[in-house]
Design a protein around this ligand. Structure first.
Ligand SMILES: [Zn+2]
Length: 172
């Protein structure tokens, strides 16, 4: 209440100006949310700076198929410690405590590793995302693209190949 500057609207007789009080509380709550998201170590996905004004992330406002929006939401919310991506009827699990079984280079098995640097997907990354490897900053840019077709094509290929690599030797 104090941080939101709400105390000035509250008197011994109760709240005098309810709409100003609510607006002030709303603005403060958004500011705190954004501050916490910016300082979060959950993942390196871009933060929605428009949230201070109550705006949704751009990809949610754009006319895109539901599948695309769902995929983008999953990618942007994926954490580096653990995440699960549902894609074309299959569930792909990532755990940062395990090593990537695709490249076998002892890199953590995270979605960030798969998209930005896994050596097995260098050719696909170059062709569809324009670079052989991506930095964390470049990943943030890719996750904010208004036209994410290249990213989704890359993931379709990479997730399928990863699943094949991980099921090698598995008994069906
Ligand atoms: Zn790898």
């Amino acid at each position: 209440m104090e941080d939101a500057g709400c105390a000035q609207f509250y008197t011994a007789g109760g709240i005098q100006d309810k709409s100003t009080f609510v607006k002030s509380l709303e603005t403060e709550a958004r500011r705190v949310d954004l501050e916490r998201a910016t300082g979060s170590s959950h993942n390196a996905a871009p933060r929605n700076v428009g949230s201070l004004e109550g705006l949704a992330a751009a990809y949610l406002e754009k006319e895109l198929p539901f599948f695309t929006k769902r995929a983008m939401a999953q990618l942007r919310l994926a954490g580096d410690r653990f995440c699960r991506i549902s894609w074309e009827g299959l569930t792909h699990k990532f755990s940062g405590t395990d090593a990537c079984q695709v490249c076998n280079l002892e890199s953590p098995d995270t979605l960030t590793h798969l998209i930005t640097e896994c050596a097995v997907f260098t050719a696909q990354r170059s062709r569809l995302l324009g670079r052989a490897t991506l930095s964390v900053e470049q990943l943030a840019v890719v996750l904010q693209l208004e036209e994410p077709t290249g990213l989704l094509k890359f993931l379709r290929t990479a997730l399928r190949l990863r699943l094949c690599a991980m099921s090698e030797g598995a008994i069906f």
